[in-house]
Design a binder for this molecule. Structure first.
Ligand SMILES: [Zn+2]
Length: 468
């Protein structure tokens, strides 16, 4: 028996070694210019034939890869290497297994009508935000990832990377802000590919709030909303989440507050956009010129909005979930935004309930009575997404009420967070089946069937909104 097993074991070991991709080590140097940036990548490791492709992160336009121009490859001694196009924004490069260099330019100056550039942009003399996955090439050991579209390309086998920035001397106030490990001024080291890291370049002021361990806030000098209070507001909302949910595993976080780039002027009194990538929260906001900086309506809306965005440090950063659970991450974020705004005193209880009533009315207006199953709708068409998030928020309210009747001393949010954190192994995103089991542990199975799986409509009575 042993004799038979040994050769088999040996064989599978050989196969495994042959399949493991050879890792790359990449040192990026970034020099911002009027148009965007010039980037040089020094590469070690990887196979003699390197497969290189640009990609974009979740939610970004695949068109972003067309803003990368002048891609070229050189040997360590400066001779041009053979480079052949392979797939969209992809290349095959013969490196002979020696260290080599990749150069390219990133055009980040927005067109006037472009309203999607906020993830990575520059106005020449202003600031530049390099959202990791939208600016860095990925390196592969075989051509398969290049057959995928830019938004579906994985980070690739990069075992270590650095990103070094040469800031323009014409803008002495500029600095680089990032949640990545800063080894030396403006030089960052990462154990993996920088696709998950955000680097913001510009005249940011950074502060570490006393009493909110681990949170750094970087404020752009042109930020004009609640200028005297916004830092305390972010700190208070984060503390409120930590109290209600318990701190996330990784307690370091960076909040970048930037004015909304000009072509995206506010449509109403206030316009906001936010995204969370890893430990970094990027927030853009602008108000209509006539609205005062400390207008109470703006403060309420900002508290709810920032509370929502900060919650994403828990989900999806702390615990990852599959796409059909977007109702959970977005609905819970909306719920937490409102709860934290009330808990910190920026929104009074009655105004919070009024907001929820408005959500409910909007939900019915856009067809909520036939919304159906939350997990099924999460993977449905894009235009159903808003409906789904509104239903998610309302379902959270309902679950919280039901839990609260039996457990007045422990918030539902904490019970759910702790269950999710226990179930999450840190690698595999939790799916609907796992969350269904957790929810039926906390509340009645009938409630889950009715409201999460959509067998019953959401009524004002069930939501405790009757008479609103
Ligand atoms: Zn969100």
């Amino acid at each position: 028996m042993h004799k038979l097993l040994l050769p088999l074991f040996g064989l599978s070991l050989v196969t495994a070694c042959a399949q493991a991709p050879e890792p790359y080590w990449v040192d990026f140097s970034v020099r911002p210019n009027e148009e965007g940036a010039e980037i040089v990548a020094e590469i070690r490791g990887g196979p003699a034939t390197a497969w290189v492709g640009f990609g974009v992160g979740p939610g970004a336009s695949p068109q972003l890869v067309d803003q990368i121009v002048g891609v070229a490859a050189f040997s360590a001694t400066g001779e041009a290497l053979e480079i052949v196009a392979a797939g969209r924004a992809g290349y095959r490069i013969e490196t002979n297994g020696e260290p080599w260099r990749l150069t390219y330019r990133l055009r980040l100056r927005p067109d006037v009508e472009d309203d999607s550039f906020y993830r990575a942009s520059t106005r020449g003399d202003d600031y530049l935000i390099l959202v990791g996955s939208d600016a860095w090439p990925r390196f592969y050991s075989d051509p398969t990832p290049l057959t995928r579209s830019p938004e579906a390309r994985p980070a690739g086998p990069v075992s270590g990377a650095t990103a070094r920035f040469q800031l323009p001397t014409s803008n002495p106030a500029w600095r680089v802000v990032s949640a990545a490990w800063e080894e030396a001024p403006n030089s960052f080291a990462m154990s993996q590919h920088p696709v998950g890291s955000i680097f913001a370049l510009g005249p940011f002021d950074t502060v570490q709030l006393p009493g909110v361990a681990g949170l750094r806030i970087a404020l752009h000098p042109d930020w004009e909303i609640m200028t005297d209070q916004v830092e305390q507001l972010v700190g208070a909302l984060l503390m409120s989440h930590r109290e209600m949910l318990a701190p996330p595993q990784n307690t370091r976080a960076l909040a970048l507050l930037s004015p909304l780039p000009e072509p995206l002027s506010p449509r109403g009194d206030l316009r906001t956009a936010g995204m969370v990538r890893g430990q970094t929260l990027i927030v853009y906001a602008a108000k209509a010129p006539l609205v005062p900086s400390n207008h109470p309506g703006i403060a309420e809306a900002m508290a709810v909005f920032l509370g929502h965005e900060l919650f994403h440090l828990w989900i999806p950063t702390g615990v990852q979930v599959t796409r059909e659970l977007s109702w959970l991450s977005e609905g819970w974020a909306m719920h937490m935004g409102r709860r934290a705004a009330v808990a910190t005193g920026w929104l009074d209880e009655a105004a919070g309930t009024r907001r929820l009533g408005l959500s409910y009315r909007r939900y019915l207006d856009i067809g909520g009575y036939r919304a159906g199953s939350l997990p099924a709708a999460s993977t449905g068409p894009e235009d159903r997404r808003n409906l789904l998030y509104l239903r998610g928020e309302l379902v959270f309210r309902l679950l919280q009420l039901e839990w609260g009747r039996a457990n007045p001393d422990r918030p539902f949010e904490r019970a759910l967070w702790e269950s999710l954190e226990t179930a999450y192994d840190g690698i595999e995103p939790l799916d609907s089946a796992a969350v269904r089991m957790i929810l039926t542990d906390l509340v009645d199975a009938t409630t889950v069937r009715r409201y999460v799986e959509g067998q019953a409509p959401l009524t004002p009575d069930a939501l405790g909104l009757a008479g609103q």
